[in-house]
Write a protein that binds this ligand. Sequence first.
Ligand code: ADP
Length: 487
Amino acid sequence: MKMNLNIKEKLTLSVGLLVCMIVGLVALSTISLQILTATEPDSPTAEYGLNRSLLLIAIFGLVCIMIGVWLLFKLPGSISKPFKELSGSINEIANHNYDVSLLLTGSTEMESLSANFNRMAKRLRDYHNSSVSALMTSKKYLETIINSIDEPIICLDNDLSLLFINNEALSILNIDRTDAMNRSAQEIALRNDLMRRLINGADSDGGKEKKDEPLKIYADNKESYFQVKYLPVRLSNDNGVQTERKGIVVMLKNITEFHKMDVAKTTFISTISHELKTPVSAILMSSQLLTDKRVGKLNDEQQELSDSIKENGERLLSIIGELLNITQVESGKLLLNPIITRPIELIEYAIKANHVQAEKFGINIEIDYPSQKISRLFVDSEKIAWVLTNLLSNAIRYSNEGSRVIIGAKQPDSRHIALYVQDFGKGIDPRYHESIFERYFRVPGTKIQGSGLGLSISRDFVKAHGGTLSINSAPGKGSCFTVTLPI
Ligand code: ADP
C-alpha cells in the first residue's frame, strides 16, 4: 500500500517514530533496571532477568538503528528528488523547451505542484506558438512587400550571410532562391562576379550613397546601369540608443533610363559645342581684324564695342572649351598624352594666359618656386596647364582689385609634386568646400560671371593623372587650391 504523505507529514511521522523508539528504548531499559534491582542480584532469577532484558534492549536498539539508518537515507532523498525534477523542468522552460511535463508523485502537494507546473508550461507553449506564428506572418508580410519592390534588395549580416534577398536581386544575380539561401554571400561571390562587386562595397561602414561609377550589368542580352546604395542595419536598444552594426542592406536602383538620357545630353552638348566653336572663333577673328589699322581707324565708341565683342567672344570660347572638356570626361573619352614637363613651364603658361586679366584687375602675380632642384612631371601638360590657368583665373576674378596672388610649386615628398594657387580674396565657406567641385555649382551670392564648371573639370583632369585637387579656404582670408601629382 502506497501512502500519499506531504513533506510536513513525512517529517512529523519520521521525527515521531524516532521519538517513540527512543522513549520505548529508555522505558525498556528503566523497566529492566527496576526488575533487576527489585530481586536478589545474585539469584538465578536475577541473572535470567538480566540476560532477557539485555537481549530485549539489543533487539529493540537494533531495530531503532535500522529504522534510523533507513530514515537517514530515504528521507532527504524523498524530500529533495521532486525539487531536483522541478529545477530540471524549469531549466528546460528557460531554454525555450515548452514541451516539458512534470510528473511528481508521493505527496498531494507534489502532485498539485506538477499539475500547476504543467498548466503553466502549456500556457507558455501556446503563447510561444502564437507569437512565433505572428512573427512568421509579419516576416512573410515583409518578404512579400520586399519581393514586390522592383529594385534589387539584398540584406546581409556582419558575417555576410544572406538574411533576405528579393526576386529582382535573384534575377540580376542569375541565381535561384534555394541556392542563395543555403549559402553565404561570400560563397556565392566565388562564382558570381556581380555578387563579388556588391560585397566589396559592403565591407565599408556604408550609410552613404556611393558616388562612384554606376554598376554596369549585362543581363538578358542588354546592358543595365544600377546605382548601389549601402545602408547599415543598426538596432536600437530600449533607451533608443543605436547599437553596433548588425548587418547591411544593399539596394540597387536601376538608372539605365537616366544613363541613356545622360549619354544623349553629353552627345548633344558635344555636338553643339563643336558647332559653336567655329562661328565664335570667326567672330573673334573678325573683331581682331576690326582693330587692324588697315581696316580703318575706329572711333572711341567703336573701339569700346569691338573690345566688348572680343571680351565676350573669348568668354564664350572658354565656356565652349569647358563644355567640350566636360563631354570628354563624361563620355569616358578623356585621353591623356603625357610628356615630361618641368612644373615651372606649367606655371609660366598659366601666368601668360592670365596676365591681361591680372592687369585689368590690378592683381600682382607672385611666383613661389623652390631654388633647389625639383622633380619633373610626367603629365598631359595641356590638361594640367588648363587646370592651373583655371585656378589662377579664379584667384584673380575672386580677389579684390589691387591684391596679390601666389602661384607656386613644391615637392612635399620624393614621390609627389604640389602645384598651388593662393589668393587673399573673399574665401569660401567650409560648407561649400566639396560642392564647388560639382558640375554647375556656384557659391550662393557669387556676382562674378561664371559657369560653375571649371573646378569640376579641373578635379577630373587631376584625378585622371592619379592626383588630387584640394582646397584650403576660410571666408575673408582667401583660398589656396593645391594640385598634388605623382611623379
Ligand atoms: P566659375 O568660376 O566659372 O563659376 P568654378 O567651378 O571655377 O566655376 O568655381 C565654382 C565656384 O567656386 C565659383 O562660382 C565661386 O563661387 C567659387 N570659387 C572658385 N574659386 C574661388 C576663389 N579663388 N575664391 C573664391 N571663390 C571661388
